[in-house]
Design a protein around this ligand. Structure first.
Ligand code: C5P
Length: 224
């Protein structure tokens, strides 16, 4: 049996929301708290890995032993991730990246003018960080998340395929009290040929289970 240790291996994990400026005082974002990504960073560090956490704005403390890089926008997150790719063995995309950003950020605060039409915000698509990592020249073991409100399995498997992922953690965000901004979660972990259901548990316990599932696959497939 191959020794299964994360010692000397590096995880890069994205977490939290991104923030896309509209003007100097306003932005578009989402309700991601970053809890799941931070729990994953903590679990991976606890399992012995070097962990780099690329984080959007959150209220959370950096887990012990984790190197944190703070970013705001999706483009900054992509840049930060790309700078860490050389030394990355496992990439987990847990951030809720804004799919769109404002085409042209106003340099001054947008004013409410009397009798004027409301301003129209023009959006452009953000890069898909996860997909870019998975299709890079020497891709790390790449794990994605899929928050779905319907057709969980079909959508997760399609994402696994399309983004060329090794694993995807899918959760049903239509269930109240779970997922976004909550302390507990349930999920199904899919790979090409496996499916593992994780019942409702704390994000801490789920993070440990996900790092375990990654270890099983990673050490089976990459150690000679
Ligand atoms: O396609 P969808 O946004 O549902 O995919 C979710 C997964 O892709 C998550 O792992 C998320 O972190 C990642 N993602 C990303 N960059 C984007 C959009 C999503 O890394 N621009």
């Amino acid at each position: 049996k191959t020794p299964q240790t994360w010692q000397g291996k590096t995880f890069v994990i994205t977490a939290g929301p991104t923030r896309e400026a509209i003007d100097p005082v306003r932005y578009i974002s989402n309700h991601s708290s970053g809890k799941m990504g931070y729990a994953l960073a903590e679990a991976a560090a606890h399992a012995g890995a070097n962990v780099i956490l690329v984080s959007g704005p959150t209220q959370l403390a950096t887990p012990a032993g984790v190197q944190r890089i703070d970013v705001e926008t999706a483009e900054q997150m992509l840049n930060a991730v790309q700078q860490q790719l050389q030394q990355c063995d496992v990439f987990i995309g847990c951030a809720a990246v804004s799919d769109y950003r404002i085409a042209e950020i106003a340099s001054q605060k947008i004013k409410k003018e009397q009798n004027d039409e409301p301003p129209q915000l023009k959006l452009v698509q953000n890069p898909d960080i996860l997909q870019q990592v998975a299709s890079s020249e020497k891709p790390p073991f790449t794990v994605g998340f899929a928050a779905e409100t319907e057709n969980l399995k079909a959508n997760a498997l399609r994402k696994l395929e399309r983004k060329q992922l090794k694993m995807i953690v899918a959760n049903d965000v239509s269930q109240t009290g779970l997922g976004f901004n909550s302390d507990s979660n349930n999920a199904i972990i899919f790979s090409q040929d496996s499916e593992q259901s994780l019942p409702t548990m704390s994000k801490h316990d789920m993070a440990v289970a996900i790092i375990d599932a990654i270890a099983k696959r990673y050490f089976d497939n990459t150690t000679p």
